[in-house]
Design a protein around this ligand. Sequence first.
Ligand code: HAM
Length: 440
Amino acid sequence: MIKAIRGMRDILPPETSRWQWVESVAREVFDLYGYQEIRLPLLERTELFARSIGEETDIVAKEMYTFPDRKGDSLTLRPEATASVLRAVLENRLEKGAGVKKFYTLGPMFRYERPQKGRFRQFWQINCEAYGVEAPELDVEVILLLMHILKRLLPGELRLLVNSLGCPACQMKFRAALGLFLINREGLCEDCQRRRTTNPLRVLDCKSANCQGILHNAPVIRDYLCPDCAAHFARVLELLNRFNVAYELKPRLVRGLDYYTRTAFEVAAVGLGAQDAVAGGGRYNGLAKALGGPDLPAIGFAIGEDRLLELLPQDFGQDLRPRIFVAALGEPARERAFTLVQELRRKDLAAEMDFEGRSLKAQMSMADRLGAAYAVIVGDKELEAGAAQVRPMRNFASPASAAANQEAVEGERPPVAQEKVRFEALVDYLTGKVRSEENL
Ligand code: HAM
């Protein structure tokens, strides 16, 4: 049997309904803050990522799925969305006009990393990008938006980590100081021995414990911020305080991508183990220009959807829609049931039936497995009397009673209030029942 590629997985029902729920909450909050969706290709020219994320980053140096297409052009499966969103914005002139331009995009990203808990080679991100405004108020609004989505979804503790990476002038001074600090240090990994001259900031992001130990007394960028960058960061922190957003200052937070300037942040979640970053982002004011575009201030974040899902309670987003199961006994009853199911669906009620002539007991088990709210029973007797039996299966508004119902199926079924409803009144009767329960 052919299996899925290592690090790439199928997301299957009923898990998919949890994903849909997360995405619908994210869309709702994006809409609240005025963001519009943008959908992008998964493939881009390799150059786009190499130039924006940076040649010395792990992502570009080791983790991209890059291949020549049939004409020999080098293409890459996107390892992240920021570069693609910006490419699309510039190509379609979406940055034009006054005010903040706000976009979000959802979808899979690809990085050839070593798979482990919370780390995949195809993973999903919920991305947010805002353009055109340099004010620190936008930084705070973007962080508030991120926390809004996460808090709507996650019951557990979140840690917001923040730092400022300064502007290119601050980074140049800091890079020189850090390079000097690293120049004679022994014990750096092979990559960092190279990076200390090519791009010393990347050493701060190295995953090796040895390198992290050596960095203990290294200079921190906060001490190299120019007055403008320091004032911008102070204002961001002041506003976070004003809105009671708890944060931790992380002077060594640089993030794994080269494009960041000024505010950078990550959200770590308690309970995720080693891969505890559930989201990350920051400003990238220089990227549009580096890609041949105009001067365009920019800021954004990405939430790791796979990790977010890991943190959600199992019953979160379960399908609570009341379903109707029509159980039919005998060929004439099945004919009647088939019509009834179509009539119910035409009224936007979710309805199912069995096509294979199973026993009543087997059909009621099917109804239970589907989590049906009502079973409609039709047999010869009902056809003759002109009325079907309607049996409430569970109180779907309470998941606890769904579990109790499950126990009842396995053990003794308690007596249920079954009603006879005439066939011509059945669709209206069920519509009324379902709608009133939906409004509970
Ligand atoms: P990033 O920190 O590389 O940032 O990724 C953002 C989030 O994606 C991480 O915090 C993590 O939750 C998730 N993630 C990353 N790699 C994996 C993986 N291999 N498996 C599972 N989840 C993963 C960016 O990608 C930037 N583009 C964010 C950004 C947007 N900055 C500005 N705008």
